[in-house]
Design a protein around this ligand. Structure first.
Ligand SMILES: *Cc1c(COP(=O)(O)O)cnc(C)c1O
Length: 399
């Protein structure tokens, strides 16, 4: 692509973030949630870096994603977070992938698939403790538990986990937090009284991991946190490092007089004679159209606001009298080290989440990877496709 648009992924940051999260929670295991293509950072490389950082589980939404992890050679425990009746359960069971069930009916379907596969299915029973998304309500929970334990007694299912998900862990003090904690405690009690012996009980997403020790149980499930992001007000704590930098280079710079209308609709007009720079990234590459006249970029060590309407593949910036030239680097967002905006700042400016910013660029801008840094041996910058990176990280893990 001309203008070198690029999403640079710092896998060393991913590895370090997992280590920092693990230290933060003491003894709990870490399930690295790598759904949505690793939050737009690349599922396989992020998974490998997370495992190198000490994660022992991986979390995805769909069975297809879990199978892709297995196909890439990853042997860690994998949980599919979404329980769906029409998922390829039999193949998942054959590939030693853990499944979630939030209803007795789904346990029945999974048990039938286990019979066909010729081995027990590993199942995590999901309680709806107040999110009202997946999972069994308090009223349906005993029925789910008994169906699962009956299937366990019949050798078709192993109840490997009990879990739930927080609705408002990123709204400190929200009354649903205490209510969900109490509901989860009650659900675990009911299941264990009935004879469930789960390996892991898990509840905490990134904001809960950061702020709510009562949610940690046996395992945390950070997704945003492993790529250095968090949905808490103000974003992630300083001990997490954003892993994605999106940048390009200017493809044109030109002088225009005062009063020049810029981009579609002339929603920006130059106040004085100015140099306009052309950035080869637009809404088709992931820049939200709401960034019009709002979001900032870093060029020549200074921040500049996007001037006028975000086009499909381009935006324009008024650089005043700054001597910009084609080839100058334009950083949309990154970890913030050089003064560039962070994805969190973009999100705050646009009224959304940092997750919404970073996932937009997946598959639309070429990704490159900076390798995992082992204790003493720095790894050179690797610019390559995901497969090569995952191989390199695997070799590092094995060495
Ligand atoms: C996405 C997700 C997570 C991770 O949430 P983060 O806020 O990104 O840490 C954990 N558990 C479930 C069920 C999820 O859907």
């Amino acid at each position: 692509m001309d203008g070198h648009p690029e999403a640079l992924i710092d896998l060393g940051a991913v590895k370090d973030n997992v280590g920092a999260l693990a230290r933060h929670v003491g003894g709990a295991q870490v399930m690295a949630v790598v759904k949505a293509d690793g939050y737009g950072h690349g599922m396989i490389p992020v998974a490998n870096a997370a495992l190198a950082g000490g994660a022992t589980w991986l979390g995805v939404v769909h069975v297809g994603e879990a199978l892709a992890l297995r196909q890439a050679g990853l042997t860690a425990r994998v949980l599919c977070l979404l329980g769906a009746p029409d998922a390829p359960h039999e193949e998942a069971i054959r590939q030693d992938i853990d499944l979630s069930a939030g209803s007795a009916e789904l346990v029945g379907q999974i048990a039938a698939a286990a019979e066909r596969a010729g081995r027990p299915a590993r199942v995590h029973l999901k309680a709806d403790t107040g999110m009202s998304r997946g999972g069994a309500t308090a009223a349906d929970w005993p029925g789910l538990v008994h169906a699962a334990l009956a299937a366990e007694a019949a050798g078709r299912v192993r109840v490997a986990g009990l879990w739930s998900h927080m609705a408002s862990a990123d709204i400190p003090g929200h009354p649903s937090i205490a209510a969900q904690l109490a509901a989860f405690q009650a659900a675990v009690h009911v299941a264990e009284q009935a004879g469930a012996r789960p390996e892991v009980r898990h509840l905490a997403n990134t904001p809960a991991t950061v702020t709510l020790p009562e949610t940690w149980y046996d395992m945390i499930r950070p997704g945003g946190g492993i790529v250095g992001l968090c949905t808490l007000p103000g974003g992630a704590p300083g001990w997490l490092r954003p892993a994605m930098t999106v940048k390009a280079v200017l493809v044109q710079a030109k002088r225009v007089p005062a009063g020049t209308g810029v981009s579609y609709g002339h929603r920006y007009v130059t106040e004085r004679e100015a140099t306009l720079g052309l950035v080869p990234l637009g809404y088709a590459e992931g820049i939200p159209r709401q960034a019009t006249n709002t979001a900032q970029v870093l060029v020549r060590g200074r921040r500049w606001t996007i001037s006028g309407t975000v086009c499909m593949n381009q935006v324009i910036v008024d650089f005043g009298d700054e001597p910009v030239a084609p080839g100058d680097e334009v950083v949309l967002f990154g970890p913030g080290d050089a003064g560039e905006p962070t994805a969190q700042e973009w999100a705050d400016a646009l009224g959304t989440l940092s997750y919404d910013i970073v996932t937009r660029f997946a598959g639309r801008v070429p990704r490159s990877y900076r390798g995992v840094t082992e204790a003493t041996e720095p790894v050179p910058v690797v610019a390559s496709v995901d497969a090569a990176v995952s191989g390199a990280v695997r070799r590092l893990q094995e060495s």
